[in-house]
Design a protein around this ligand. Structure first.
Ligand code: HQG
Length: 180
């Protein structure tokens, strides 16, 4: 079983294109596991039909906690780009958060702030290691931004839970952002 391929397909279905799998996400982004399994198995893309144990396995072995199973439902914890708004739980952020990005986008971010771009939320990291990992997807030596989350939160900006390393926001104004 190609678990990397399966994890990517689950992310694609739950974050970006549930309609291609005839799935309807609830407001927290959950779908019935059985429906997701049936839809993936219809493609016949894997060496054998996938099972709920395979989905549990990709969550267990993944370096990032991307998906979550609750009872008979599964969801992506972050990353959504679908038009329907996924509701996330509010949290009080740590005082400082980080964001790893590219040199190319730095000027724009320092001018316009961090925007969700193609996704529903801005993705922030709880530590610099995570931010470096995020930024390295696009720049060999990423820029690490330091976010004054304490000040932003005090000013009334909402932060939401992604997973243990990822915190979400609707938008982060440039006034809370410094380059590390
Ligand atoms: C940038 C992955 C210009 C932003 C990761 C980023 C993460 C701006 C890009 C998760 C901008 C959007 C999300 C502005 C933001 N002007 N560029 N005003 N504001 N940007 O992929 O945070 O492996 O949508 O800096 O690890 O890179 O898929 O967001 O470079 O946790 O599970 O616009 O996706 O997780 O890129 O990554 P993305 P992201 P997975």
């Amino acid at each position: 079983m190609d678990y990397t391929k399966l994890s990517k397909e689950v992310s694609y279905a739950l974050r970006h294109a549930p309609w291609e799998y005839e799935l309807e996400l609830n407001r927290e982004g959950f779908v019935p596991i059985g429906q997701l399994i049936n839809a993936i198995n219809e493609s016949g893309n894997y060496s054998r039909p996938i099972t709920v144990e395979d989905l549990e396995h990709i969550i267990e072995i993944s370096d990032k906690k991307r998906h979550e199973i609750q009872g008979d439902k599964i969801r992506a914890l972050y990353g959504h780009s679908i038009p329907m708004h996924i509701s996330k739980d509010l949290l009080v952020p740590p005082d400082i958060l980080y964001h790893g990005t590219t040199h190319k986008t730095l000027d724009s971010i320092l001018r316009a702030g961090l925007k969700p771009m193609g996704r529903q939320y801005v993705h922030l990291s709880i530590d610099t290691d995570t931010a470096v990992q995020v930024g390295k997807r696009r720049d060999i030596v990423p820029v690490i931004l330091v976010i004054d989350a304490h000040k932003a939160h005090t000013d009334g900006i909402s932060f939401y839970k992604g997973n243990d390393k990822v915190i979400l926001a609707d938008y982060v104004s440039a006034k809370y952002i410094k380059v590390k």
